[in-house]
Design a protein around this ligand. Structure first.
Ligand code: SAH
Length: 453
């Protein structure tokens, strides 16, 4: 097989990142935007030893799972990978992604992986946050959208189906402004120009919107023209902020925020509690699904009012705070300073007085708390994709909580970590996949571990 060959292929499986998989006698072939059951003519793009990558040239027989993707850039944009599939098929793929990782890597009994909690009532327009890059293309046209797959080029899109309509409207006003003043747009290569990203947030329950412009500097020419037109048109906008990012970097946000209109942060309501969303604070992007995830975590925590609850990787405290009224004491640990400040304010705003928050690396804080003789009854962990350190797993098990609730955004590292927990006499009781990110390849899960004898 060589580049540009065209082969006929039946798609028989999906990878965990949403690409279709077919097989020839000697090769495994990966083809994005396909569905199990498709028969396609595939153009080979890249050949390695036993595998190659291709793209659809023509669909010969359509899979029964296919639907018409409603987004014009769905086959280029790096955001969604399942736009061409029914949501039922997507849920099956995500369940299998979690099931396969846990049974293969974690050696977990497959029976323990229960039904996925889907987002059946809403698979589109669920995001409460968008970070939209802006650039000028070779023809001098303004491009705004999402980065293309595996690249730093923008797939231009005026109406992202994952974003609420108010984001589309504000983006349009913003685009009109930068089209009128194109020299303001930041140039990545030359590190010149001012405006890098438009960053929008909405408190879904309160309706409050934050507009944040990420700027290579502390201000930009004609900014009042933009901000006044936003304020005039959109009464929901309660906060406008300039985020200063003067670094030559791919990291979107800088650390400094300058409030140019309204409040420093907006508010949202999650599981009945009020949360402050400042520009840098982490907050789950899909509120309805996050509530379902937290409810499941709460069910697994099985609190009665007398427990010491530890919430490691707590962000702005959301998971622990939604359970604080059902336990005796809450201890949250998080590495980002601002998030801890937010967590403290969130506790206060909700009248929660039995919580304390520690700003530290979770592994170090775990060791310290263990040394102090703290004996949590329930430990919740919600680490980033890389999962937990072995040291932290040892520390947690040495503190002997009766329950550990593990919230994970990566089934592979969850599976790896569960294996060590089981070696240390914690028993995996149940895992529930939760779809927090419909149409994308990501899938969250929550797992209950019980202390063994
Ligand atoms: N539980 C929160 C946040 C989860 S995201 C929620 O549901 O909203 C994971 C969090 O872990 C982030 O806030 C990140 O800042 C934090 N984090 C990353 N590395 C960490 C570390 N080594 N120690 C403690 N917290 C860390």
């Amino acid at each position: 097989m060589k580049k540009n060959d065209i082969i006929r292929l039946e798609i028989i499986d999906m990878t965990s990142d949403g690409s279709g998989v077919g097989k020839t006698d000697s090769m495994v072939v990966f083809v994005p935007d396909t569905a199990i059951g498709d028969v396609c003519d595939v153009r080979i793009l890249k050949v390695k030893k036993n595998l190659c990558f291709g793209k659809i040239e023509k669909i010969v027989t359509k899979s029964e799972h296919r639907i018409e993707p409603l987004c014009p850039v769905s086959n280029r944009c790096g955001g969604c990978v399942y736009r061409h599939l029914s949501y039922t098929a997507e849920k099956q793929i995500k369940f299998k992604k979690v099931y396969d990782a846990l049974t293969r890597i974690g050696k977990v009994d497959g029976e323990k992986v229960v039904d996925i909690i889907g987002a059946d009532e809403r698979v589109d327009r669920y995001r409460n946050k968008a970070q939209i890059p802006v650039s000028l293309n070779k023809n001098g046209e303004v491009e705004m959208g999402f980065y293309s797959r595996h690249s730093h080029r923008i797939a231009s899109c005026d109406d992202c189906l994952l974003s609420p309509p108010i984001f589309t409207q504000i983006s349009q006003t913003f685009k009109e402004f930068v089209t009128k003043h194109p020299y303001l747009i930041y140039d990545e290569e030359k590190h010149s120009g001012k405006i890098r990203h438009l960053y929008l947030r909405v408190g879904e329950k309160t309706g409050e919107v934050m507009v944040c412009v990420v700027v290579n500097g502390e201000s930009f020419p004609h900014q009042d023209e933009l901000f006044n037109s936003i304020i005039e048109k959109y009464s929901q906008v309660k906060s406008i902020v300039i985020n200063v990012n003067k670094e030559k970097t791919n990291v979107i946000l800088g650390y400094k925020n300058i409030v140019v209109y309204g409040k420093e942060s907006i508010e949202d309501v999650l599981c009945g509690l009020k949360f402050e969303l400042s520009p840098l604070a982490f907050y789950q992007v899909n509120r309805i699904q996050a509530q379902k995830l937290y409810e499941k975590a709460k069910e697994y925590a099985c609190l009665t009012g007398s427990e010491v609850l530890m919430d490691l990787y707590c962000g702005t405290g959301t998971i622990g705070l939604t359970m604080a009224k059902e336990c005796k004491e809450l201890i949250g640990v998080e590495i980002i300073d601002e998030a801890i400040e937010n967590a403290k304010i969130n506790a206060e705003n909700n009248g929660i007085t039995n919580a304390r928050f520690i700003c530290a690396d979770a592994t170090k804080a775990g060791l310290q708390l263990e040394k102090e003789g703290i004996k949590p009854d329930v430990v919740i962990v919600d680490p980033p994709r890389k999962g937990l350190t072995e040291e932290l797993i040892h520390t947690i098990t040495q503190m002997e909580p009766s329950r550990v609730v593990y919230v994970s955004c990566d089934p592979a590292t969850l599976a790896r970590d569960l294996k060590l927990f089981e070696e240390l006499k914690y028993i995996v009781k149940e895992i529930t996949p939760v779809d927090l990110f419909p149409r994308t390849a990501h899938c969250e899960s929550v797992c209950l571990l019980l202390k063994g004898e």
